[in-house]
Design a protein around this ligand. Structure first.
Ligand SMILES: [Zn+2]
Length: 277
């Protein structure tokens, strides 16, 4: 069924595996992701810029219409920057939202996040928040700021969030140079709070690093850039193979297939080797 992130992630954290969160941009990326996660729980998510591009209601409608998996999924807003965008998504049928107050001072982040929790819970939906900073340029957070464990414990207690994104050295987009992920920090934060922890900017991190992150307490891992690259690669492949085609339904399946294969490879890492897609 289509559910919120809270239950999916609680079970994952207890079980020592992670739930992948896949950013989708269009019908074909939704198709590829849903084909990949038929038998493994996953989160299908969109950033506000995607909603500006394709319409707030479009993605939830496509996901609901195409979902026929055996495993549960969530429909999630990634990096919601205001209560307004959160509310629009909740009305459209999103089962969870992220409120990103990470650029705000601690007290203001607590206030905004608490309001988002009250709003989302009134819809029966769940909330991810962010404390610290993730590098790169995806929506608002642009700087790596390492999350302090004691602040994380307090933040969770004050806000009642269902999942927490933390700054541990990861960045959005394409890494320049070798990223360093602070695994000890993940472990320290996981030791002071039960809330499932979220890793953003996982595209480009090795499977070994991702496995270490999961073992240290990460329960949700976001993949965006690699899926966008996969879609583009598949589209180019399809157009190259059939240069005379004019019906998108002829060449777009190549893009769907590439997205599916990348999503399957990420599911395998998140499952920790216990699952063979
Ligand atoms: Zn992110």
């Amino acid at each position: 069924m289509i559910t919120g992130i809270a239950e999916l992630l609680k079970v994952a954290r207890r079980g020592g595996y992670a739930v992948p969160a896949f950013n989708v941009d269009n019908l074909e990326s939704v198709m590829g992701v849903l084909e990949a996660c038929k038998d493994y729980p996953a989160i299908v998510q969109t950033i506000p810029r995607t909603l500006s591009y394709g319409g707030v209601g479009s993605y939830a409608a496509m996901i609901k219409s195409l979902y026929n998996g055996n495993a549960d999924i969530a429909i999630h807003l990634d990096h919601g920057g205001s209560l307004d965008i959160c509310k629009s998504c909740l009305v459209a049928g999103y089962t969870s939202i992220m409120i990103d107050g990470s650029a705000l001072p601690f007290d203001d982040n607590v206030k905004l996040t608490s309001e988002a929790v009250e709003l989302a819970h009134s819809f029966g939906a769940d909330v991810e928040a962010e404390l610290g900073g993730i590098g790169g340029k995806e929506e608002s957070s642009a700087q790596i700021r390492y999350t302090d464990p004691e602040e994380a414990r307090l933040f969770v207690k004050l806000t009642g969030v269902d999942a927490l994104a933390i700054g541990v050295g990861s960045a959005h987009g394409i890494y320049k140079g070798e990223p360093h992920i602070d695994i000890d920090r993940i472990r320290d934060i996981a030791s002071v709070t039960d809330v499932p922890l979220v890793l953003h900017g996982a595209s480009g991190l090795s499977n070994e690093v991702l496995t270490d992150c999961i073992r240290a307490g990460i329960a949700k891992i976001n993949f965006a850039t690699e899926l966008r690259q996969a879609f583009t690669r598949g589209l180019k492949e399809g157009l190259k193979l059939m240069p005379d085609a004019y019906d998108p339904k002829q060449y777009l399946p190549y893009a769907v297939e590439q997205v599916k294969q990348v999503a399957l490879s990420k599911i395998k890492v998140c499952a920790g080797g216990a699952f063979n897609p």
